[in-house]
Design a binder for this molecule. Structure first.
Ligand code: DGP
Length: 116
């Protein structure tokens, strides 16, 4: 998919509205439109990477940055003590529906395990 056609690239560029909670040089975070928990934030790179499976070895630092932003948003939303979950869905069996890598940050309630 071309970045011009990608929904999350459009959100990162500001072409599609979203409730942003982080907007950095490399990483953007925003509330999920269909929240599965009281806090449900998506953390994405500005660079279009289709999925973790499409990430290159030299994306190592950027992939780490996604988790650091997720942690910081979790702290800002008051989840540090209660706990939270980060999830990356990959491909069809992983349940990925938007082909732009994203970390789900979920919290604010007790989350069951294992996932379905
Ligand atoms: P996944 O299934 O892992 O690819 O998660 C995609 C998530 O993206 C899903 O939880 C719903 C969310 N989502 C889809 N479209 C939009 C949108 O236009 N805006 C926002 N904020 N979230 C979206």
């Amino acid at each position: 998919m071309r970045p011009e056609d990608c929904l999350f690239c459009k959100i990162a560029r500001g072409d599609v509205p979203a409730s942003l909670c982080h907007s950095g040089d490399e990483v953007v975070a925003f509330d999920d439109v269909n929240p599965q928990a009281p806090v449900h934030v998506l953390v994405i790179p500005r660079e279009h990477i289709t999925s973790l499976e499409h990430a290159r070895d030299d994306h190592r630092s950027l992939l780490g940055a996604l988790l650091v932003v997720a942690r910081d948003v979790a702290r800002t939303r008051g989840l540090a003590e209660s706990g939270y979950r980060t999830v990356i869905n990959i491909g069809d069996d992983g349940g990925q529906s938007v082909p732009h890598i994203h970390v789900h940050l979920l919290g604010g309630r007790s989350l069951s395990w294992p996932p379905g």
